[in-house]
Design a binder for this molecule. Structure first.
Ligand code: ADP
Ligand code: F6P
Length: 480
C-alpha cells in the first residue's frame, strides 16, 4: 500500500470563479508550484489542502473535499481552508509576499525598505494564525489517514506549520519544500530576531527540508547557525535540533511533459497559435513569459532589448519582443509600481525604434494561459533573466513546446540553470550589455547549433519528471 499523501500549500491547483452568467468554473492557479505539484499528485493521488483564494472557494471551504478528476483512478482531492478576508490580507499581502518574498529574493532597497513597525506585528500574527489552521487541518487529516501519512508542506507561506504539526502529532512524517530561494544569514539578519528565529524553528519542525538547488539548501544551513542550540553539519547537510536530526535535501522539481503537451493540444491554444503566427509574420520573435513580478527582472530585459537594437541595427524591423506578463499580487503597491515602470520602458523602446509598420515590444499584462502555451511554439529566442528564482518552469516549458529550435537565454541565478546550463546561453541578470549580446547570439545562431541545444534542453527536461521529485520526498521520509 502506498503511503497516504497530504500536501499543503497556500495556493491550490484550481480556484473557482463565478462568470458573468452566474455559473461557477474552475480556473488554473498561477505559478510554478501549481504546475509542478499538479503533475506530481495527479499520478499518486492524495489530499491537497490549500487556502481559499476566491469567494467561490470560500463557499466550498465549508463543504469539505472537492474531487479533482484526473485521467485515471488516482485523481486527488482538494480541501480549502477559508479565512476571514482581513486576516488573509495581512498574512498573504502583509507578511508572506511583502516580507518573506522580498527577504528570500533580496528585493529590498535597503536605504528605504523594509521598515518594521506596528503593522509588522499584525501581519506576523496573521501569518501565525494561518499556519496554525493549516497544521490543525493536517493533524486532523493525519488522524483519519493513519500513521504512515506523508505530510508534504509547501513553500514559504507555511514556514511555521511543520513545527506546529510536529507538536500536535509528534510521530508525523513531515517534509517541507521551498519553491523559492532561501536568504543567506547576512540578509536574514535584516528580520528582527524574534521573527527569524521563529521561521527557522518552524522549518526545523520538519524531518526533511527541501530545496531546488544546492545553493538554496546551503544558505538555509548557514542561516540555521544563527539559532542557539542548532548544530549544523554542512557536509552531510543535517541540522541537529533538540533531540532530532533534520535532513536538508536538494530535489529539483521537474515538468509534467505529457500534461503540458495535452494542454497545448487544446483547440483554443491552436487558435492562439494561428493568431500569433499571423501577428509575427516573417519577423523573428523574442519571447518572455512571467508573472508580473519584481524578481523576474522584466525591466532590465527591456533595457537590454533597447541596447540590442542600438548595437545591432541589422535587426531593426526584423524582430518582435513579445512579453506575456500574467498579473500577480496586484494589491501590493511595489508590484503595481514595478509593472507601470516596465510598461513605460517598453513604450520608450517603441518610441525610440519603432515605425508605422513595426512595434518592437508588445508587452501584454493580462492573464492568458492559452496564449502563453501558443507563444512557446513560435519563439526564436526565449529570455528568462530573473534576478533570483527558485526554479523557473518557463525555462523548461519553452523548449518542450517550441517548434523553431529557439534558443534559451537563462540567468545564472535561476534554479533551472543547474539542470539546463549546458544548452542555454547564460546571462548575469544585472548585466544588460551581456544580455543584449546574448540576444544577438541567440538570434544569429547557426541552425545546427540551435537544433543541438534544443535537443539537449528537451532531454534534460524529460529526464526529470515530477514523479521523481515526489518519490524522493517519500523516500527521504522513509516511506518510499
Ligand atoms: P513562478 O512560480 O515564480 O510564477 P515559474 O516560471 O516557475 O514561476 O512558473 C510559472 C508557471 O505559471 C508556468 O508553469 C507557466 O506556464 C504558468 N503560467 C503562465 N501564465 C499563466 C496564466 N495566465 N495562468 C496560469 N498559469 C500561467
Ligand atoms: O512558485 C513560487 C510561488 O510563490 C508559489 O508559492 C505561488 O503559488 C506562486 O509563486 C504564485 O504566486 P501567488 O500564489 O502569490 O500568485
Amino acid at each position: 500500500m502506498p503511503a497516504p499523501i497530504v500536501v499543503a500549500s497556500n495556493r491550490g491547483p484550481i480556484a473557482f470563479v463565478r462568470g458573468a452568467d452566474g455559473s461557477v468554473t474552475a480556473k488554473r492557479g498561477a505559478g510554478g508550484l501549481v504546475t509542478a505539484l499538479s503533475g506530481a499528485l495527479a499520478a499518486s493521488g492524495g489530499l491537497w489542502i490549500a487556502s481559499a483564494m476566491t469567494d467561490e472557494d470560500r463557499e466550498l471551504a465549508g463543504r469539505g473535499r472537492v474531487d479533482v478528476p484526473g485521467d485515471d483512478a488516482s485523481a486527488y482531492s482538494l480541501r480549502y481552508l477559508g479565512f476571514d478576508a482581513g486576516l488573509f490580507d495581512r498574512y498573504y499581502n502583509g507578511w508572506t509576499n511583502r516580507v518573506l518574498w522580498f527577504l528570500h529574493h533580496y528585493l529590498w532597497n535597503l536605504p528605504q525598505t523594509p521598515i518594521f513597525g506596528n503593522d509588522t506585528q499584525d501581519a506576523w500574527d496573521a501569518f501565525v494564525a494561518v499556519n496554525r489552521a493549516f497544521a490543525e487541518a493536517m493533524a486532523e487529516e493525519g488522524g483519519r489517514l493513519g500513521p504512515s501519512t506523508a505530510f508534504l508542506v509547501q513553500d514559504y507561506h507555511l514556514s511555521l506549520a511543520p513545527a506546529m504539526l510536529k507538536e500536535l502529532r509528534p510521530g508525523a512524517r513531515i517534509a517541507h519544500f521551498s519553491h523559492i530561494p532561501f536568504a543567506g544569514p547576512s540578509y536574514l539578519r535584516i528580520l528582527p530576531e524574534r521573527f527569524r528565529t521563529a521561521l527557522l524553528e518552524g522549518l526545523l519542525g520538519a524531518d526533511v527540508v527541501g530545496f531546488h538547488t544546492p545553493a538554496w539548501a546551503d544558505r538555509f544551513l548557514l542561516s540555521c547557525r544563527l539559532l542557539d542550540g542548532a548544530r549544523v553539519n554542512l557536509r552531510r547537510r543535517t541540522v541537529r535540533w533538540h533531540d532530532r536530526e533534520v535532513r536538508v535535501r536538494v530535489n529539483p522539481m521537474g515538468l509534467d511533459v505529457r500534461a503540458l503537451s495535452e494542454e497545448a493540444a487544446r483547440p483554443e491554444v491552436g487558435r492562439a497559435r494561428e493568431e500569433l503566427r499571423a501577428w509575427k509574420g516573417d519577423r523573428a520573435m523574442l519571447l518572455r513569459v512571467d508573472r508580473a513580478e519584481l524578481s523576474k527582472n522584466i525591466l532590465r530585459g527591456f533595457i537590454a532589448f533597447d541596447r540590442f537594437l542600438e548595437t545591432h541595427a541589422e535587426w531593426r524591423g526584423r524582430v518582435v519582443f513579445l512579453a506575456l506578463l500574467n498579473p500577480s499580487r496586484e494589491d501590493i503597491p511595489e508590484y503595481a509600481a514595478y509593472v507601470g515602470e516596465c510598461v513605460r520602458a517598453a513604450e520608450f523602446v517603441n518610441e525610440r525604434w519603432g515605425s508605422a509598420s513595426w512595434r518592437p515590444i508588445d508587452a501584454r499584462v493580462r492573464d492568458e494561459y492559452a496564449q502563453t502555451l501558443a507563444a512557446y511554439a513560435h519563439y526564436d529566442a526565449l529570455l528568462v533573466n530573473p534576478t533570483l528564482d527558485g526554479m523557473n518552469l518557463v525555462a523548461k516549458e519553452g523548449p518542450t513546446l517550441n517548434t523553431r529550435d529557439g534558443a534559451l537565454i537563462l540567468s545564472e541565478t535561476a534554479g533551472a540553470f543547474q539542470e539546463l546550463q549546458r544548452w542555454a546561453l547564460p546571462v548575469n541578470p544585472f548585466d544588460v550589455d551581456q544580455t543584449a549580446a546574448e540576444i544577438a547570439e541567440a538570434l544569429d545562431m547557426p541552425a545546427e547549433e540551435r537544433a543541438a541545444r534544443r535537443r539537449g534542453l528537451r532531454g534534460a527536461v524529460r529526464r526529470n519528471p515530477p514523479s521523481r521529485w515526489l518519490a524522493s520526498q517519500l523516500s527521504d521520509l522513509g516511506l518510499g
